[in-house]
Structure formats: C-alpha cells, structure tokens
Design a protein around this ligand. Structure first.
Ligand code: C5P
Length: 225
C-alpha cells in the first residue's frame, strides 16, 4: 500500500528552470514552469514521503513539503548533494541549463554606441542527475526526466543508460497541447530491462500520482533488502 511504503522515506525533487547570472541584473533562463515537479512534490507528500523541493520557482507552500529556493545549476547541485545524502529517492524534474556564462560580470554589461553584436562565452554546467546516479548508494533511486521532440523511445533509452538512471520519464514535447507550461502531460516511464510504461494524457497531478505509485515497488524491495 503506497502510503505505508512512503512513510518515513525522504524524497528530493527539483523543479523549474535554472537562472544563470550574466551580471547583477540579467540571467540566462528557460520557459520551464516547474508544474510537473511541484505536482510530484504534492503527490509524494500525499503518499507519506518526507519531501524536499529544490526549485527556482516561488510557489504557494505545499502541505508537508520543505522548499529550498536556488537559482543556478551550481547552487542546485550543492543543495541536491546535501539533501540526497539522507534521502532514498531523487527525482530531477528541473530544466537545468546545460551551459552558464563563463564569467559573471561584476557590473551591468553596457552596450557601446554602434555595437552590432555581443559575444557571450558559455561553459558547461554539471549534470546534476548524472552525478547523483554515479555516486548514489545501493538502495537509493535516481529518476530523470527528458523532453524529447523526436525518436522518443530510442533517445529515452539512450539517456537512461548514459546517465545510469533507475528510471527515465520522457515527455513528448512535440505536442504543443501538453508539456511545458501546460496543466496536462503525457509521459512514458523507461526502466532498464522492463517494458516502458505509458501514462496517457492527464492532469499533471494525476500523472504525478501515477509516477509515485509506479516507483513504490522499487522503493519497498530496495530498502527492505
Ligand atoms: O540530457 P537532458 O538535459 O535531456 O536530461 C534531462 C534530465 O537531466 C532531467 O532529469 C534534468 O533534470 C537532468 N539534468 C541535470 N543537470 C543538467 C542537465 C540535465 O540534472 N545539467
């Protein structure tokens, strides 16, 4: 029974995009609404888990969820590393920027008269979910998300293996009705050596509850071993 299994289990969830500072007043960001991660936090809390939500998105408090606000991928990595050390599950629903400005200017960047272009140098951010998967202890479960626009099954299975994840949840963002910003989603859950599980289009909270229910057997068998 779901609520029994999650009692006393700690889950770390990330949600929303990251903000990568350019100067004191600007950042590089993305359109992630954080809604899927927030729905997962609510669903996990309902199931009885102790939930820590690490996010760039300020939202109204979710019952039973401890929220920590972060901005950059580096800040998110620091927060996730600290919290996951004492958790059973990490769900990485955040849209983490792959790159950040190589330098954060101390003063506001100014344009010079007549300037036509401005070149920005970027450097690679850490891959938070891959780092957690590589360093996790046995019994810990790491879940990634993937937004795929083509070859969903092939790309999802590759990502599951490459990042050494226990689960990869793929959303097909080629359908503009669902996914980013929407209140609905449709996903497929991939797991090594298992047939993919399709969760058809539904409210994000419904999808989130189904995802938590799908993870429950893994949690029980791993933590009781
Ligand atoms: O490779 P891709 O960005 O599609 O992978 C998506 C998954 O990896 C998501 O779970 C996302 O939260 C995670 N990710 C991460 N750190 C990054 C990039 C992606 O944790 N720098």
């Amino acid at each position: 029974e779901a609520s029994q299994s999650w009692q006393g289990k700690k889950m770390v969830i990330t949600a929303g995009g990251t903000q990568e500072a350019l100067d004191p007043v600007r950042y590089l960001g993305n359109y992630s609404s954080g809604k899927m991660g927030l729905a997962l936090a609510q669903a996990a809390s309902e199931a009885g888990a102790q939930v820590v939500l690490i996010t760039s998105i300020a939202s109204s408090p979710i019952y039973g969820v401890r929220t920590q606000i972060v901005h950059s991928a580096q800040e998110m990595l620091t927060a996730v590393t600290a919290e996951f050390a004492t958790a059973q599950v990490f769900i990485s629903a955040a849209a983490v920027a792959d790159f950040r400005p190589a330098t954060r200017q101390a003063q506001k960047i100014k344009k010079t008269p007549g300037q036509k272009t401005y070149t920005l140098e970027l450097e690679t951010n850490p891959d938070i979910v891959a780092e957690m998967a590589q360093t996790k202890c046995s019994g810990q479960i790491v879940v990634g998300f993937a937004a795929e626009t083509e070859n969903l099954v092939k790309n999802a299975q590759k990502k599951l293996a490459r990042k050494q994840l226990d689960y990869l949840i793929a959303n097909d963002v080629s359908d503009s009705q669902i996914g980013f910003g929407s209140d609905e989603n449709a996903v497929t859950i991939f797991q090594a050596q298992q047939a993919p599980k399709v969760l058809p289009r539904a409210a994000k909270l419904t999808i989130a509850r189904e995802i938590i229910a799908h993870l429950t057997p893994a949690l029980t068998s791993k933590t009781e071993a």
